[in-house]
Write a new protein. Sequence first.
Length: 432
Amino acid sequence: MTWHVVTTIADQAPAFPPSTNAQTIDVRIDTPERWDFRAPVVYQDLLHYQPEFSPLLFDLMHAAMAAYTADVRVPRNRAYDQWTRDIHLHLSVSDVGPWEAAGKTLTRLLSFLTGDHWTITPYALAGAYEPAFKPVKEPKDSRPGSVALFSGGLDSFIGALDLLASEPDAVLCGHYARGGGTSAAQHDAINALNAHAGRTVPYIRYSVAPKGGGNRASEITTRGRSIIFLATGASTALALGATRLVVPENGFISINVPLTPARLGSFSTKTTHPHLIGLFQQLLNDLGLTLDISVPYRAKTKGEIIRECVDQAGVVTALTHTMSCAHPGASRYVTKEAVLHCGYCFPCLIRRAAVPVGDPTRYWVNRTAEMTEKKGADLKAVEAMIARHHKKPVDKYDILKPGPVPSHQVAPLVDMYGRGLQELQALLALLR
């Protein structure tokens, strides 16, 4: 079964004529009625910085919104194998020409990201798309050289510290689906960064979340949200005239070698994998959007980026005001805290391994003896991975399991991954 995901922009006709026989999901952007996304809401933070939009920038964002909507609204349990979906994106764009090449690149990107079968067909808008933005009362002037993604996690906080030390005019960019733990963690992190810096660091957030309710299925795997992270960051940079988008993520998580064979493919996240970053860079190039994507910590472990940060006082702040946990609400009924590091998920284990001694981060579960049943799943997988590599050292085939990597990056990534395993092994000895 093929699901057709159709964009409708403003008052123009849909990109795909509706068919009674097709499984169709509509993505309405600035439509007069029943809209899914509204430009004044999506870009409300960015509008304060006097952005300069272009038709192709809007095309990029609309494509990302449509792909993200498809990922969370097309149920995997209705696929032929209960996982791999067939999705056809029908995109309304300002100019079909650039999308002939860009559509092919985006197809490869989304297929790699979600593990599904994607088809993309661009349709030319009948007229120009001009969102109705209201004038901003107190516009801010910012023309940075770089924009950095800021998730509220430890890596992004350290990335901000390093970047702001060399580029004080840099702008940060974040995304959250709706309110809740993620939004609260981001607020805590940016407020702590501002207090540490002694000024308000420009921070532009986007809330891009497909509407729920009714008969709209919700798919919990949400691998496609990575396209929103990158698209909002790129759009911010392009609209403000920046030439670089910085994606701060440690290499161990970025390459994300599966802990077990069961976590291979779309079961494993690929947000900053080198192949995905390369495809997104190619997508920008295909669209004629000039922007360089930088992943400065690709060959470093989490422990290394912490130790090598230029602002060690800021690192202490980062450790007490950032969230790395995959299950930050897991303890809420026990501890009565809405957001707290669980201590046992893989991201928590990586964070703990990076700061094995003197870590001020508060964890719900601290000792391996407490990591039983489901809580111990990631710990057991880490132990098995370490045992496996005792017998067989990390090599290029491990690094290439999650996806292709440029040949010149393979050797540094092999070395980095070995060092990351050593950090984890040292942590396990302390936790017992």
